[in-house]
Design a protein around this ligand. Structure first.
Ligand code: OGA
Ligand code: NI
Length: 433
């Protein structure tokens, strides 16, 4: 029996600041051939003695040539940054250069003596099965309120499963472009999507990232669509995806308990959406000019992030960007927009971004989890009372898609748009702020 892959597949799980994300002009073959035809005419003008005209024409000619270069580059940029690096770039092309205010200020990223590095709370999950459970839940609750991010250790995912996932991801991005290209798709509903930047059709400034997005729900139906090379990709990745699903459910059970919310919600995650994003950030010749991922918040309940030993993730903490040093064997977990809504704002979905560096390739695997896409997310009944009114409107995936396609969304705008003021709560609930 042929089972159709997941209903709507969440590839828009993250919300990005698009101060540098807007549509690029479409290119036509006509404009390209016009440049080619006109260029010789301009270069011959100086010999006609028309100095002023020639100077203007020369400038125009140069800019047309430049535009042509950009257009030729454009096709190359669409192939991704791995491909760009393979061509031997020594400078960051304009397409990737952020406006000055959006650039990172890199202060020796990865140096643990650096005050910009943050030690996230580390939650020892093995304590959840001991008499110290209450203490572990308290630490978890504090981390979710104060940082929106934490790391987990003793999580029960075998180190072999983790190492195999990193290893197969490296081998996937190490394959020739022709192999990777097979999985490129502009169809947001495709269960497998290879691409670059955030939204390569829309981004005005590209990010220094290539990605492979794999929908994981339901696993047996989507598996046949996943890459067949490297040969062990499906086997290693599905073992990892299964591990992430059960870790997510264990974490959600602890989080519901820490919030004092009924465990009934837990079953909603059994068939919940699950998207895996394998990120590759190649070394970048000028890492101060660009970002691996722009500031964004994640859309779902929780994101479980596996990073290799190369630092790059930064989170916003007390209005500063701080680097999260990788802890061997740990997962970084962060609260997504859905959990902020569900917890009625008690737990926070925090902006984060990725720096690149000039020396090392970086691999990360983000597993994004939520309830099924058709499910409406609203603040949990137990967390709403007269003294603590509902702070967010009910939210579903369709509203989110409508929102991002109708607005130039910024930072955490979507979440902001779901917020209710006290007055609105009483009077105009259900409308956008
Ligand atoms: C993401 C993400 C961080 C990283 O994929 O949404 O935030 O360090 N990744 O790769
Ligand atoms: Ni993210």
């Amino acid at each position: 029996m042929v089972v159709s892959p997941v209903s709507p597949i969440l590839c828009f799980f993250s919300i990005y600041i698009p101060s540098f994300a807007s549509p690029i002009a479409p290119h036509t073959n006509l404009s390209l051939s016009l440049v080619l035809v006109l260029s010789p005419l301009y270069t011959s003008l100086p010999f006609m003695g028309a100095i002023d005209v020639a100077a203007i024409a020369k400038t125009e000619g140069e800019s047309m040539v430049k535009r042509e270069e950009e257009r030729m580059g454009e096709a190359e940029y669409m192939k991704g940054v791995r491909h760009l690096c393979d061509t031997g770039v020594t400078k960051v092309p304009n397409r990737y250069i952020l406006p000055a205010p959006d650039r990172p200020h890199i202060v020796r990223c990865g140096d643990s003596t650096n005050s910009h590095n943050l030690k996230l709370p580390i939650i020892d999950l093995s304590l959840l099965h001991t008499p110290k459970r209450a203490m572990a839940l308290e630490a978890l609750s504090m981390a979710c309120k104060e940082y929106g991010f934490f790391q987990v250790v003793n999580h029960g995912i075998p180190s072999e499963v983790i190492e195999d996932m990193i290893d197969v991801s490296k081998r996937f991005f190490g394959m020739p472009y022709d192999e990777r290209e097979k999985y490129m798709s502009s169809d947001l509903r495709s269960p497998v999507r290879y691409g670059t930047s955030f939204n390569q059709i829309k981004d005005r400034v590209f990010c220094w990232r290539d990605f492979l997005k794999l929908s994981c729900q339901p696993l047996e139906s989507v598996l046949p669509f996943w890459p067949s090379s490297p040969a062990d990709m499906r086997e290693k990745t599905s073992a990892y995806a299964n591990g992430m699903k059960s870790l997510f459910k264990e974490l959600m059970s602890a989080i519901l308990e820490s919030l004092g919310v009924s465990m009934n919600a837990l079953s909603e995650f059994d068939d919940g959406s699950h998207l895996m994003v394998v990120n590759c950030f190649p070394p970048c010749p000028e890492p101060n000019l660009t970002l691996g991922m722009p500031p964004h918040s994640d859309y779902g309940f929780l994101t479980l992030l596996l990073q290799d030993q190369v630092a790059g993730l930064q989170v916003q903490y007390k209005d500063e960007w701080v680097t999260i040093d990788p802890v061997p064997g740990a997962f970084v977990v962060n609260i997504g927009d859905h959990l902020e809504i569900f917890s009625n704002g008690i737990y926070k979905s925090i902006l984060h971004r990725v720096l690149v560096n000039s020396l090392q390739n970086r691999i990360s695997i983000a597993s994004l989890h939520s309830m099924p896409v058709e499910k409406v997310i609203s603040p949990a009944a137990e967390l709403v009372s007269e003294s603590s009114p509902k702070r967010y409107m009910d939210t579903d995936f369709t509203t989110f898609l409508k929102y991002i396609s109708s607005t130039e969304f910024k930072k955490k705008n979507f979440l902001e748009s779901r917020k209710l003021t006290r007055t609105m709560d009483q009077t105009t609930e259900g409308q956008l702020c």
